[in-house]
Design a protein. Sequence first.
Length: 255
Amino acid sequence: MKIGLMGDTHANREPWDRAATIAVKQGWNAIIQLGDFGLFRGYEHYLDHVARTAEGLDVPVYFIDGNHDDHTLLQDWGLFDATEPGSLPEPWEWITYLPRGCAWTWNGVRFGSMGGAGSIDREWRIRMEHRGAPKMWWKTETITETQRDFAKTNLARAGCDVLICHDAPSLAIPGLEVLKETKSLGMLRVSRDCLCDVIRAATPPLVIHGHMHHYYETHLTVGSHACRVVGFDCDNQPKAIGELTLSDSHAWISG
């Protein structure tokens, strides 16, 4: 089984067109998008494009929520607080949302999802909204303690070989400049600490994420647990798309 992996797409169609070409060539069975999918009110045309692409390929699309997705839409559809994957309403049923802390198994490989992250530019986004800009920030962006506790229990019970998340488990990212200390950065750490608590409890050997708009691979120790971490770039960048191969309960990734 081959799974396509896509970093942040931000409601851009072009990454999906490129992914479609790769999906045909590589024989993908599904696509997982790593958050900041592009779920916004008034962007039905984007959902139409993704759903048509998935249906045309006969390859279902799965996504987790990022900090720049409209969580109120997921709430309206009864998906945001769900504990199991759920399809978007018609005509977008080829697109499935993976809630925070849910677990599933493909080809004997156990997966977990943990969307959500803090916005480094939160203060700017709130100022822009106050000046009349469209909705740009959602207070539900960060991982809550309730979501953390559910994910810890659920993923530890189910077992987790691959954790799909939006946020990075560490700010020490190879090849990326250290972020300056800000009030927003402190809030980012709260959500990231929740993610690390989930990793300690679920002990996934492989953690895959988006959010940072930077591709890298590293090994990280969270508490006493060592895992491999792969972060993906975004949009049309060369390293925004990769592939996860599943075989006999094993998973390996290629960027």
